[in-house]
Design a protein. Structure first.
Length: 253
């Protein structure tokens, strides 16, 4: 950083070039394990996140320790099992950070402090069944971390479609800026919602299903093939991605 600033003062770099290099300089490298962008929220409006399942535990705890020593933002750890969460708490011991774990969503957010702000927008989050709630909760945690209010309604799928309309009407009257719709099985619910509303619908196929629908591929294909306009589709069980995309819509104004 000092070298970049000295080159700026000596007019070897212009301001735009110096800014680019300083942003690149924010990348941290931890023991050849991971590279982190500690100023990500300045650029994207959302802090760094770690996908935990495929990581060796020792690597994961090393990443967390180093990040907390150097970063100024919240740290998000996704798809974190309760067992790993408990082990992390034990290994980190007493510390000044706030550990906010959502067991259904399996997301851990580590904060230095809780900043209360008025929500910047409202996002509607819907599930077809109760089996989809864990993915919807993942999206809710991310939406709220990004400064929005989440209005949720779960288990209102097409098997009892009369349950859907009052909930959609309520969310529309609340002025939601986007809907996140999570569904497994045949994945029909996002198409129905998109046919009723005039704001973007983010469809999240879940791995709930059996037979040909096992693993969520049928739901994914149905959502991709929807004839209702205004739908964006994320990957199977990607509540995190749906939440971030909803925040991108809100922050694009």
């Amino acid at each position: 950083m000092k070298d970049i600033l000295e080159r700026l003062v000596s007019e070897e770099l212009d301001i735009a070039e110096a800014e680019k290099l300083l942003k690149a300089n924010n990348i941290l490298e931890f023991d050849d394990i991971a590279k982190f962008d500690i100023k990500r929220s300045e650029r994207t409006g959302f802090p760094e996140a770690i996908f935990s399942p495929s990581k060796d535990y020792e690597d994961l705890i090393t990443i967390i320790k180093n990040y907390l020593e150097k970063a100024e933002e919240d740290l998000i750890i996704t798809k974190l099992s309760p067992e790993r969460h408990e082990k992390i708490l034990k290994d980190l011991g007493k510390n000044p950070f706030i550990f906010d774990y959502n067991r259904k969503a399996q997301i851990l957010i580590i904060r230095k402090e809780i900043a209360k702000k008025d929500p910047i927008a409202k996002i509607g989050i819907i599930t077809a069944g109760t089996s989809d709630i864990n993915i919807a909760e993942e999206a809710r945690v991310i939406v709220e971390e990004g400064g929005c209010e989440a209005i949720t309604s779960y288990d209102i799928g097409v098997a009892g479609i009369h349950r859907l309309f009052p909930q959609i009407a309520h969310m529309v009257s609340e002025g939601v800026r986007a809907f996140i719709v999570c569904a497994g099985m045949e994945g029909a619910l996002p198409s129905v919602v998109a046919g009723l509303v005039d704001v973007p619908v983010i469809a999240v196929p879940t791995s709930v299903g059996y037979g040909v629908g096992e693993g969520g591929r049928v739901a994914l294909d149905a959502m991709l093939q929807s004839c209702a306009p205004g739908i964006a589709v994320v990957n199977i069980d990607n509540g995190f991605g749906a939440g971030v995309f909803a925040l991108t819509i809100v922050n694009s104004d």
